[in-house]
Design a protein around this ligand. Sequence first.
Ligand code: PLP
Length: 380
Amino acid sequence: MPDPKRSVPLCIPNLDAAELDAVAEVLKSGWLAHGPLNHEFEHKFREFLNVPHAVSMNSCTSALFLALVANGIRGEVILPSFTFVASANAVVTAGATPVFADVEYETCNLDPDAAEALITPAAEALMVVHYAGQVADMARFAQLAKKHKLLLIEDSAEAIGAEQHGIKTGGWGTGCFSFFPTKNLTTGEGGMLTTRDAALAAKVKALVGHGIESTTLAREKKERPWLRAATYAGYNFRLSNVLAALGARQMDKLEAMNEARRKHAKRYDELLDRNLFDLPVERPGFKHVYQMYVVKAKGFDRTRFLATLKEAGVGASVHFDPPVHTQPFYAEAAYPQGALEVTERLAASCVTLPMYPQMTDDDVAYVAACCNRAARELGR
Ligand SMILES: Cc1ncc(COP(=O)(O)O)c(C=O)c1O
């Protein structure tokens, strides 16, 4: 059954002639830094999300950092520990204090009750992370943020296009997106911040480019284009025109790519043995976009399971172990935290299976068969 000639990697970026041509055109144009393609990419992103402002930049980590810095957040920020460390790093580097709350076993997303229990007078923001393409309960978090006057940040790195009640992630609070190659849309490296607040968007835009409120492209049209005055001590977090071209073309097929992911997830749901794995759930009113397809191992050794899959050419992995609060920097800093039992249980049992739009039905069936067989044998 395991086929030595077969290889199904964890993910492969979905790039074709449109992206190659777009990048070549930008290279030929000579305009390589932030430029016209950033505007096109941002425009398409805004339209897709139905939000008024989108600011492109070099990473989601920069977007999370700027969401905090631009809002002057220096107090406590409540977030999950079951996430990629970048979420917490952004809080610490912005000069604020992470407070780790537990997640729900079923969705792996921040538990609203656990988060609310950690709100103190020092709390200034809630950073919700949409895990693996599954939107957290944003209707609840929006209420919580309003009730306790907290800034609501959505770490949407893993959930471009996921939605609750028809509202996409990044449309509820300040949205922070990643375009790393494993994400629903890629520019290699890249990020976007979305907001409904025009003043915040303008400030973030300036902070991305050295604190100067006009871009080189906008200044080109002015009588004195050399005038560059910094309003803030900013950063250089710009996304290049080359990468923005990639993003603009990826936007053209984002819906199709997400639908392909959803189709593969449905097939995994049908084929994987629920006696061996707890599978992802899509609650009514929520739309999952399966940036990852994550199962939870039931009663067998995960390390040996992953080794067996590797031998069969299946590129499975783990997201995320160890959880952030146990990583050396965070364990030593001993930031405030709630009981994180579910987080620790998930970190010990989760397995990410291959997921990318161009997988074939046969690839999905092969991975599912390898998983069922390996788990069954190990569980004996
Ligand atoms: C939840 C989460 N937040 C933040 C990031 C960081 O994104 P970037 O690499 O674009 O900075 C990632 C990327 O893996 C992520 O999964």
